[in-house]
Design a protein around this ligand. Sequence first.
Ligand SMILES: Cc1cc2nc3c(=O)[nH]c(=O)nc-3n(C[C@H](O)[C@H](O)[C@H](O)COP(=O)(O)OP(=O)(O)OC[C@H]3O[C@@H](n4cnc5c(N)ncnc54)[C@H](O)[C@@H]3O)c2cc1C
Length: 309
Amino acid sequence: MSEHSGSELPARILNDLQTSFRPVNKGAEKWLYRPIPCLNHGFVYLVDYMGNDEAIAQAARVSYGTGTKKAQTDAGLIRHLLRHAHTTPFEMVEFKFHCKMPIFVARQWIRHRMASVNEYSGRYSEMLDEFYLPEPEVIRKQSVSNRQGRGDDLTVEQQREVISILKAEFASQYDAYQKLLRMDVAKELARIGLSVANYTQWYWKIDLHNLMHFLRLRLDSHAQHEIQVYGQAMARIIESAVPIAYQAFSDYRLNAMSLTALDISFIQSGGWPRSEEQVLKELAARFSNKRERDECLQKLKQLSLVRRE
Ligand SMILES: Cc1cc2nc3c(=O)[nH]c(=O)nc-3n(C[C@H](O)[C@H](O)[C@H](O)COP(=O)(O)OP(=O)(O)OC[C@H]3O[C@@H](n4cnc5c(N)ncnc54)[C@H](O)[C@@H]3O)c2cc1C
């Protein structure tokens, strides 16, 4: 029996099974069972949570003992923890989401191993006639500079054609799937002709530390647009649930920049701002790797160190 059992419990709790000693997180409560639509058939919603900003500070204070209790405000402590990568207190906060996404998004998502997952089973249940059709504006050419990304615009006619090719393809795939099911082929085999645009869904439980890691990678402009959409949905929920931790994450991780030793040495060489032509010349002398040169140039531009001609 727990120390709070039996007659010790106030009548208010005995009479109301919903009453709990757990801290209630109002910012999270307002997102419970409220799906945020993602892409054409997907969504993210919060199923359950544990903890709040205070839980992070409370866990950190265990490390330091009662002597430091409230010596710093929660906000100051949380921001200090994140700046100095004292990350375990952030693991004390957890979120459980129900998410529905195209299989190709799920494949990228599942690479984040520090989460617990229960996925829809295409062996057990019929796959739905739901496929991801991109909005016209996100249908673009293959990028020439980034082999993993999208580049220039396609014409409106080309975008329309892409959509009609995909629609016909998905209709034919789902038709074949239904034919195989009617032949009584096992679901686990009948599904193999369906594309990675078909939707799946899962419950996904993760702690705040690992969720911030996920968000940093998947909110980044280098991540595929379609997974960014899910990252943005979860970020809205997290910002509301743990506003202090989210602000620290935004300041120190999401919108921060890391400088390499080579970047620092270049910046320390002085004479800023410089023209882009000068910068490119100097970068060529300092960096043998083109990608590193480009990345350094981007950082210098972000820091307004490159003069606009
Ligand atoms: C823009 C982008 C492009 C990508 N391109 C590719 C690609 O082309 N091909 C590809 O295969 N993947 C690709 N990935 C996936 C990437 O390599 C990672 O697998 C993914 O981002 C998950 O990161 P993670 O391992 O840090 O996360 P998690 O699995 O959540 O792990 C979190 C942290 O836990 C620790 N950890 C977890 N498991 C282990 C382990 N077994 N051993 C040691 N430490 C562990 C690590 O510190 C890790 O950073 C890409 C990711 C992004 C964001």
